[in-house]
Design a protein around this ligand. Structure first.
Ligand code: TRP
Length: 326
């Protein structure tokens, strides 16, 4: 049986953190045998909110190193940069004719970004963000798109555009389905928001044990547990949420000892740090191997881009044939 095709993507933000792992990468790694996986570095998408392009290349490489370090196997998956496959922009142009501006203005993630980044005037390309994303998915005839809740509206727009194309020019594209990530976004060390590099509340996948310990020391715990032996409430503590994820076997006991006041926060944080560092150790080791010989990474990307381009060129030939323009 033909394996179903998955298209997943991430904007390059440089080195990734634990939240990227629990929210996406863990799933990607699990899916690499069952599906045919295309992993896209959405480097052009960065331009929608940032015109300073000086970090895009390096951020892309760092991100790919983390993808490989957590266990994506380049023999099984394709890893490539959006900007290197010109067919994305060609399809983007055509798809841009199949959706109205008012539909794009209603996109909730656009509204969120405009609010969060305090954007005064939305550029045309930012409004078109989901159309480029639709091109990313459809050019590979992606059937499943692993995403968090926040990206579901983009997959919905992709489906609408695919339907419009198919009904107008004949069937070319499957209608992709979102594959919702099971584990909710990991909380940041400040306990306020999800883990995010720009908020400075993240543990990076490349953080050495000493750094993990230092960062953990600042993690916010139950504000009512002031003294070591005060009873605490694990359900409001981010450190406990890390135990649940990275120290699952001991987490019930930790919750009980926190509640009874037997376990203090200092000790609890040290134990969480140790577990996280044990989890990160093989990832860091693998990262070092790639850092020591960056040509290994470039080879993976080069191979991925050749394979992706081949598929993209085929799809565009079909698109132009169906549109009677090629
Ligand atoms: N919009 C996604 C994000 O911000 C990144 C992305 C771009 C993407 N193209 C994609 C995700 C295609 C899935 C499929 O996270």
């Amino acid at each position: 049986m033909m394996k179903k095709r998955i298209l997943s993507g991430m904007r390059p933000t440089g080195k990734l953190h634990l939240g990227h792992y629990t929210g996406a990468l863990e799933n990607w790694v699990k899916m690499q045998d069952e599906y045919e996986n295309f992993h896209l570095v959405a480097d052009y998408h960065v331009l929608t909110t940032k015109l300073d392009t000086s970090d895009i290349y390096n951020d892309s490489i760092e991100m790919v190193i983390d993808w490989l370090a957590v266990g994506l196997d380049p023999k099984k998956v394709k890893i490539f940069r959006q900007s290197q496959i010109k067919e994305h922009t060609e399809l983007f142009l055509i798809l841009a004719m199949l959706i109205t501006t008012s539909r794009l203005e209603r996109n909730p993630s656009l509204k969120e970004q405009v609010r969060d980044l305090n954007i005064q005037h939305v550029v045309y390309g930012h409004l078109g963000y989901p159309v480029l994303q639709a091109a990313d998915i459809l050019i590979y005839k992606g059937e499943l798109v692993p995403v968090g809740e926040d990206q579901v509206p983009h997959v919905e727009i992709t489906r609408e555009i695919a339907r419009k194309f198919n009904s107008h020019f004949g069937d070319v594209f499957p209608e992709p389905e979102p594959l919702l990530t099971v584990f909710a976004r990991l909380a940041g060390l400040d306990g306020k928001a999800k883990m995010s590099k720009s908020l400075g509340n993240a543990i990076l996948l490349s953080d050495e044990p000493e750094i993990v310990k230092q960062k953990m020391r600042k993690a916010v715990t139950d504000p009512l547990k002031i003294h070591k032996n005060d009873p605490g409430r694990p359900e409001v503590c981010v450190v406990y949420s890390y135990h649940q994820k990275f120290n699952t076997e001991e987490s019930d006991q930790i919750a009980a000892d926190c509640r009874s006041g037997k376990l203090g926060c200092v000790e609890c944080k040290l134990r969480a740090s140790a577990k996280i560092s044990a989890f990160l150790e093989p990832i860091i080791e693998k990262r070092k191997k790639y850092e020591a010989d960056i040509s290994l990474v470039l080879d993976v990307i080069d191979k991925g881009e050749r394979a992706a381009r081949k598929v993209a060129v085929e799809t565009m030939t079909e698109v132009r044939t169906n549109m009677k323009i090629g």
